[in-house]
Design a protein around this ligand. Structure first.
Ligand SMILES: [Zn+2]
Length: 215
């Protein structure tokens, strides 16, 4: 899991979801009340499996030479409250954060959004770092949606997945649709997809498409 989480940080860079050190991936260790997360303040090109840190589900450092990411409390809260989640990603990716800055959910106006997110990408509450309020905002918002991504107001994106790779994919797709819908709106109002068609697309993609197993 240290190697998986370390390697996945390179994807955040490759898809241009992060500036400087502002973004992190974590992964639950199967069968344990532990997760692996990025160390705080270490640049992406210096990340190695050994540099990753291991925390318990209260966010306490269990193993590692560095301090854990400053977002560790939010990741830990998600793992404590959503047992099916095996990976969490946080970024300030540009277009998605621009929607978050306006407190505006991204409407479901693309079939790819219906496939991946099953509807709009919702906005969570404004919350400051330092206690459980970011984690609470993520969990409370995602519980009412199919979306594996939430735009935290005035902040950025948190995504969840069955494993860290799925959470990274959701972060990549979130930024992709945030950008496309933003551009679409420059020349008019994007058309919503009827709910029944959203449901059909979501069901097909999640349950039939490719090699995926149902979530
Ligand atoms: Zn942040």
């Amino acid at each position: 899991m240290r190697k998986t989480v370390s390697d996945l940080h390179a994807e955040l860079v490759r898809y241009q979801l992060v500036a400087w050190t502002a973004g992190n991936v974590s992964g639950r260790i199967p069968g344990e009340d532990l997760f692996v997360i990025k160390p705080s303040g270490v640049s992406y090109d210096e990340l190695t499996p050994e540099a990753m840190v291991v925390c318990d589900l209260d966010g306490n450092l269990v193993d590692g030479e560095h301090a854990p990411s400053s977002d560790t409390a939010a990741h830990a809260y998600v793992y404590r409250h959503l047992p099916e989640v095996g990976g969490v990603v946080h970024t300030h990716s540009t277009y998605a954060s621009a929607w978050a800055a306006r407190d505006e959910a991204i409407p479901c106006v693309l079939t790819a959004m219906a496939d991946e997110f099953g509807g709009e990408i919702p906005v969570g509450p404004f919350a400051l770092i330092g206690d459980d309020s970011i984690g609470q905002g993520i969990v409370e918002t995602l519980k009412g949606h199919r979306s594996p991504a939430v735009l935290m107001r005035n902040h950025g994106v948190f995504t969840i997945g069955k494993d860290p790779k799925a959470a990274v994919k959701a972060a990549v797709m979130c930024e992709d649709v945030a950008r496309t819908v933003h551009i679409s709106r420059q020349l008019g109002e994007p058309l919503p997809i009827p709910q029944a068609d959203v449901d059909r697309l979501y069901d097909r993609y999640q349950n039939v498409y490719g090699q995926r197993s149902p979530r």
